[in-house]
Write a protein that binds this ligand. Structure first.
Ligand code: FMN
Length: 331
């Protein structure tokens, strides 16, 4: 039996689970596998070096699935921004019907997407930003707690508080993100007021994920303490795997260093070497605290059917048993 929520109904998918945008990782093979398994995957637009490459990647994903999938558009605070308008045009022209925005205010893009019948799921890390996005008219919120891989924001509020605090004010469909990896997390998110979950790290450690096998094995071997928070002093915190490079970055910045002093260490080219070659010390690579919950490398299909089956058992078994009247209580 499917788990039906406001999120599955509004976004037209079978399971209340999304695979958020992942730089380098969010490519056609993974996104199509997520779509084929009934969840909502996002191709990461900026992983493609040019808008034309994004058009090709979307076409490649279409060849691999006839189910709906989306595109993540990460709006970065950068001095020389990528040509966002051109990426946006490609997304619109491709006929994709859902976009995940993240990183900054989605306002400049929203009407363009809406005018073309595209739903926008905005990912953010604070209640105030979620409320603002709701006021702007986005179609769904992905609320990303401090546990997450990537950019957890600067408030350091974990999901246990962030999700119900957001749920008090968010009326549109809202999914919970950061630290989710299994059925227990999904059921907890639903109990906290969310309509589903978003996962990054967990999907990165599947058969269809394009990262090197050694990266997947490191995730399985790692635990919940295996991350570092870089760029804290720059007000642009990022949660990444703990390795010699990330620890060096933390040290340099804590000693008063500036971005220029770590620019080479954190370069995307070095990070890509980790994913491509499996050299875990080649650069910065992104992973969340949910590493402590990831113990295997399943196919996406196996992972999703396990999460849904276990969630149903948890709700109908363990939780239901707790609310059953004790024998003889009503006599
Ligand atoms: C390797 C990797 C790269 C990521 N890159 C992006 C990105 O480019 N844009 C974005 O919005 N989120 C990015 N994220 C964050 C995920 O979309 C998601 O919000 C996050 O992974 C959720 O936390 P979890 O890893 O605990 O599931 C990335 C996450 C990972 C693991």
């Amino acid at each position: 039996m499917p788990l039906t929520t406001k999120f599955t109904e509004a976004f037209g998918i079978e399971h209340p689970i999304a695979q958020g945008g992942m730089q380098w990782v969010g490519r056609a093979e993974l996104v199509a596998a997520v779509a084929n398994a009934g969840a909502l995957g996002f191709i990461t637009a900026l992983t493609q070096p040019t808008p034309k490459d994004l058009a090709n990647e979307i076409a490649r994903c279409r060849d691999l699935t006839d189910k709906p999938f989306g595109v993540n558009l990460t709006i970065l605070p950068t001095i020389s921004p990528p040509p966002y308008d051109e990426y946006r045009r490609v997304i619109i022209d491709s006929g994709v019907k859902v976009v995940e925005t993240a990183g900054s205010n989605p306002a400049p893009h929203l009407s363009h997407f809406h005018d073309n019948g595209i739903k926008v799921l905005h990912k953010c890390t604070s209640v105030r930003h979620a409320v603002k996005a709701q006021e702007l008219g986005v179609d769904g919120i992905s609320i990303d707690g401090f546990e997450c891989a990537g950019h957890p924001g600067e408030d350091d509020i974990p999901g246990l508080v962030l999700i119900p605090a957001a749920a008090k004010q968010i009326e549109i469909p809202m999914i919970a993100s950061g630290g989710f990896a299994d059925a227990r997390g999904l059921v907890a998110a639903l109990a906290l007021g969310a309509d589903g979950i978003n996962m990054g790290s967990r999907f990165m450690c599947t058969v269809e994920s394009p990262v090197h096998q050694k990266v997947k094995e490191a995730i399985v071997a790692g635990d919940e303490r295996g991350t570092e928070l870089i760029f804290r002093t720059l007000g642009n915190t990022g949660r990444v795997a703990s390795n010699s490079v990330s620890r060096e970055v933390v040290r340099i910045l804590a000693d008063g260093g500036r971005f220029e002093d770590v620019r080479d260490l954190v370069s995307g080219a070095r990070g890509a070497r980790v994913y491509e070659t499996g050299d875990l010390e080649a650069g910065i690579w992104w992973i969340g605290t949910s590493m402590g919950l990831i113990d295997d490398i399943p196919t996406v299909g196996t992972l999703l059917s396990r999460i849904i089956r276990d969630a149903e058992h948890l709700i109908e078994g363990r939780l239901q048993a707790m609310v059953r009247s004790p024998a003889g209580a009503d006599q």
